[in-house]
Ligand binder design. Sequence first.
Ligand code: RB5
Length: 153
Amino acid sequence: MTAIGIGADDAALELKGVLIEHLKEKGYEVQDYGIKEGADYPDVAVEVAEAVARGEHERAILCCGTGLGMSITANKVPGVRAAQCHDVYSAERARKSNNAQVLTMGQRVIGPEAAKTVLDAWLESEFAGGSSAKKVEKMEAIDRRYHGAASSS
Ligand code: RB5
């Protein structure tokens, strides 16, 4: 797997740190997008999501206060499917059904231990294909309708 991209705004730096440490302990390579002066969640989300769309990361994680702003922004980048998940079932389905390459979480919503469990479920789940494939293709067609060609990665 390519390095896992991870970014956060200033509302989620602690959660990002916990998740980076957890990923490294599990042997994953991580690319931390850091924190830039004056950067808000849309700035971080678009930078990481564009890297995903270019194929630089198969998976990426975005953390903010709620996970919502990161998800909404990342989903504006053609070809990117970002899912806000704070429970294990949603994290599994985000991969199996939706082929989400980006997981978003909120530091104000979930504690560090639960966040690690959700992250593990998401990382360990793969896209199921089958009947889910045509639904993901329909999402990609919507991307193309509004933005031109979209990556199917
Ligand atoms: C803080 O800017 C907060 O609004 C942000 O981290 C996020 O929760 C937005 O969705």
